[in-house]
Design a protein around this ligand. Sequence first.
Ligand code: 5RP
Length: 236
Amino acid sequence: MSGQLSPIDTAKFVAARRACDLVEDGMRVGLGTGSTSAWMVRCLGEMVREDGLRITGVPTSARTAALAREMGIHVLGLDEARWLDICIDGADECDGELNLIKGGGGALLQEKIVATASDRMVVIADPSKVVAQLGAFPLPVEVVPFGWQTTQALLQETIAALDVLGDRTELRMNGDQPYVTDEGNHIVDLHLGRIGNARQLALVLNQIPGVVENGLFIDICDVLVTGHADGRVELR
Ligand code: 5RP
């Protein structure tokens, strides 16, 4: 499956393959979204088809659901599966305490719900995602379409008063239209540069009317699997 991969895809692939070793027969598995997670879904698909692994996958996006079905994985919605044994997902940033920024791929809401419903969340990453402090990657915030400009203005005001470096906010676009999530919402990306107190920021953002959820995952991730271009894998 790995064929001739670029260094970055090799790193993503080896992280994904190592994380799949944590999946056991009969498990209910949360399936993350993004290019690293896509490797994990392909690896699990191979284990299902070739090794007879029996799992139920709960996808975190329509994209992942389509790929999982294509790979031959039995797919259920979260309401049918209810509680999951493990969730494997990528991240945009992961700090030393395993706190994350997620949502670069626009799936943060379902990803956070699925990760929280899982006994264990495993993040798979290449080394570029591992950071000393969160915030260089723009923080995605999912907002309802109604009054989004008011919500964006409130976000702007709120972050200006907090311990962050930057305060630019930007509605995510898809061509000339606002990006629409699987839940029918928009995303405002916060360009913060450095987040001083991620725990406080995560709580404060969710108090703003119109905000559905933010991309800070605090105390949710249990294991970080980092893959390297030379094939090495580290677990933390
Ligand atoms: C999607 C996410 C992804 O996990 C995150 O953006 C990482 O994606 P990739 O593996 O493609 O770098 O949070 O909402």
